[in-house]
Design a protein around this ligand. Structure first.
Ligand code: CAA
Length: 389
């Protein structure tokens, strides 16, 4: 079936990028997604191939070796990857959204040369480490520490649930640089560019997850990781703001990842309901089924539209904190709802691993949790209703 992407009318560049992403997804990702899910295999070679095609530098300007795409085009490509396998999409999304945005906005010329350019060329995979075992939604309460020692920083602590934690080449790590006796809340956090081959950087074993089983998620032990002073990103004490800015873009990526999951569940459902016969007719002949499919299609389209609106806003240079949270909230709850309906439509088959919708159902759940839970998105949206309060 056609998707709303076609209906919005694409520019020539967008058409080429969507075609490239869709073809890659169809031939190199989707045929293997069930196997990667079963074996919890992170296909770094596939990420590397995507990198060679430019998909790890989608929004990075050409001056820094990226594709220089606008946010909307980035989302169009990401949806294609997510519809094939949400695990691949999250790795690509985090890299493009958070570390890339942080470096672009706050990196020194030398940091951009050393990290941003190879990231955009797909030679380095990047990740982001904010959460900790005792600090999830309350991100500003994190306790990993960075202490200045001459011309070095020494990082110690434990990070949790970091996507690409065990597979990235470089991580953006948030750590406290205020003194324990003079805590400064969010203002006491700084961002460090940590190469993952640094001594003392210890990723845990890959987490055994409900969904997104092919993405690499680990804890990270920081055991006195010594970094040269120039690995501090931007200004000391501004790391929390940098993380939040990165998450604004990251949440848009997760919104569209959720749209990709929901769209695929809808496509499978439409095909199945045309084929499956019960009581002497195809399921699609039953009005109850038609209504379900209609609601699924409407919600997918609405979720995509919300993400695209936020992207257009960002491309006009406007602030998107509230809109990114709205897009993520609505799209992730849509993905959960649509995949639940898909499993129901498939009936007994929907519950079986041999059919594709149960994986989509499992993959959908985390979109309501990571990069800020649905509850956190509601807090951000509600705060936006009372600016300055
Ligand atoms: N852009 C720029 N600055 C921002 C900002 C944004 N979107 N949001 C907040 N800030 C600034 C504030 O203006 C404030 O600065 P000032 O004091 O100078 O005004 C500072 O950051 C602190 O902000 P708050 O007072 O709002 O902080 P808070 O403690 O109340 O927390 C929160 C706000 C929205 C709840 C935040 O903690 C949050 O988003 N929590 C969820 C964390 C999250 O999304 N974690 C996901 C981790 S990544 C992941 O999932 C792993 C993965 O790899 C996928």
């Amino acid at each position: 079936m056609s998707t709303a992407i076609e209906a919005t009318g694409l520019t020539e560049t967008q058409r080429q990028i969507v075609d490239l992403a869709r073809e890659f997804a169809r031939t190199k990702i989707e045929p293997h997604a069930a196997e990667w899910d079963r074996t919890a295999h992170f296909p770094r070679d596939v990420i590397d191939e995507l990198g060679k095609l430019g998909f790890l530098g989608m929004g990075t300007p050409e001056a820094y070796d990226g594709m220089g795409l606008d946010t909307l085009t980035y989302l169009l490509a990401l949806e294609e990857l997510a519809a094939a396998d949400a695990s691949i999409a999250v790795s690509v999304s985090i890299h493009n959204a958070i570390p890339t945005t942080m470096l672009l906005r706050h990196g020194s010329p030398a940091q951009k040369e050393r990290w941003l350019k190879p990231m955009a060329r797909g030679e380095l995979l990047a990740g982001f480490a904010l959460s900790e075992p005792e600090s999830g939604s309350d991100a500003a309460s994190l306790s990993a520490r960075a202490v200045r020692a001459g011309d070095h920083w020494v990082l110690a602590g434990t990070k949790a649930w970091a996507t690409n934690g065990g597979t990235a080449d470089v991580m953006m790590v948030m750590a406290r640089t205020d003194r324990p006796e003079a805590r400064r809340g969010a203002k006491g956090i700084s961002t460090f560019i940590v190469p993952t081959d640094a001594a003392g950087y210890r990723p845990g074993k890959p987490e055994d997850k409900l969904g997104l089983r092919a993405s690499n998620t680990t804890a990270i032990g920081l055991e006195d990781v010594r970094l040269p002073a120039e690995q501090l990103l931007g200004e000391e004490g501004q790391g929390f703001v940098y993380a939040m800015e990165g998450l604004d873009v990251g949440r848009l990526g997760i919104a569209i990842q959720a749209v990709g999951i929901a769209r695929r569940a809808l496509e499978h459902s439409v095909a199945y309901c045309a084929e499956r016969q019960q009581f002497g007719q195809a399921l699609r002949e039953f009005e109850a089924v038609q209504f379900k499919l209609a609601d699924m299609a409407t919600r997918v389209e609405a979720a995509r539209a919300l993400g695209h609106l936020a992207a257009a806003r960002r491309d006009r240079g406007e602030e998107i904190t509230t809109q990114a949270s709205m897009a993520k909230l609505f799209a992730s709850e849509t993905a959960m709802w649509v995949t639940t309906q898909a499993v129901q439509l498939f009936g007994g088959y929907g519950y079986m691993r041999d059919f594709p919708v149960e994986k989509l159902f499992r993959d959908a759940k985390v979109t309501e949790i990571y990069e800020g839970t649905s509850e956190i998105q509601r807090i951000v949206i509600a705060r936006g209703l009372y600016p300055g309060a």
